[in-house]
Design a protein around this ligand. Sequence first.
Ligand code: NAD
Length: 424
Amino acid sequence: MIETKNKQSMFDTVIKQFDQTADLIGLNPNIRKILRITNNEIIVHFPVKMDNGEVEIFTGYRVQHNNALGPYKGGLRYHPTVDVDAAKALAMWMTWKTSLAGLPYGGAKGGIKIDPRNYSLSELERITRRFTYALGENIGPEHDIPAPDVNTNAQTMAWIADTYMSTKSTSERSQSQHVVTGKPIGSGGLEGRDRATGYGVFLNIKLLCNQRGRNLRNQKFIVQGFGNVGYWASKFLIEEGATLIAVQDAHATLFNPQGISVEDLFEHSKPRNGSIAGFTAAEEIPADEFFGLDCDILIPAALGNQITEENAFQVRASIVAEGANGPTNAEGEQILLDRGITIIPDILCNSGGVIGSYFEWLQNRNGELWQMDEVMEKLEKKITQVFMNVSREVEKREIDWRTAAYIIAVTRIETAYTQRGIFP
Ligand code: NAD
């Protein structure tokens, strides 16, 4: 397991990225002031009764960065590293991501500072429901719409939706289903939302390889994080012939130069709470050897601040596809760029998730039911469009992919502010 660095630097990273873009495009100084801060930072402390009858107090967060383009949107994470600074950084990234994708959303993020492995399923249900209740009107289907993130899933979203809807009058209840996205199919969820983020990571890699005349069949890749994003991205890449040679999660680092079967590894991890440790069809290697493995594509799909000035010089992949949010800090990024490595930035690479969430939100809002093939087709079209927009900007300005993506995202928000002005 790689120790994550302090969260403050995730916020440093996003601010550096934003300032660099603002300088480059000569962003209106007043709009710069607005976008450098987060609109609301909500912290709630709430009690929950544990299985043994004792009461424990939990701390939950929701940071709403900006809603110039529409309701706040972003995931909820259950992890010991969750705090205001981490949520601020992640909320800002959501604002850029939704703007880049051309969605009618702003950005938010939040979660609870816990290690969910220490709680039973029924305790997690009570924690989630009480957190939802504590957030109250700070979330809402037309105001702030959470989604799954690290250690939260469709079940977590079902509990949130049910709790939120239960606090509404009968007539309002059925209109509130889209208060969260990423719900189970039987509870208003979207066919294909589970794979949307990983599919987007895969598609971005495929599009970039196509541009460079590289066939996925000859590509070796490594993945950090074998959760929702890491699993699905690997599955789609392998289906197109790429070879997964190493996987790292919070418990182990596995290596097999002949290839690792994503399905065998998934089956192995299922009864182990998602842990890949103990998988015998690959060799377990020291965690600090992971980034230096010889491969074509590296997919960080776990936490932030994983590629830094301490290990960026080891990376041997020529493409880094950011499945996670903020996996590369500013210093790490500069080293990668100086070495000619292309980074597909998080706000582009993992945007399939929020695009899928947008489809789910529309489905609920319009009382429709979309089929899997329809969803996947729409996803492909939208992700390809966003990729091409960024690609054109890269060529036009001869800049790296993150800067190009930021320019598009920030310019769209600037236009909205310029047209509307500042109230009053
Ligand atoms: P998840 O909880 O399903 O999986 C997280 C994985 O990361 C697990 O395999 C875990 O063992 C591993 N991990 C945790 N700490 C680690 C460490 N220190 N070193 C190595 N591995 C570690 O989470 P997810 O939904 O797959 O999210 C992963 C990343 O993708 C996060 O950064 C998240 O913000 C981002 N993301 C997720 C979505 C989504 O739709 N789920 C969308 C966009 C971005």
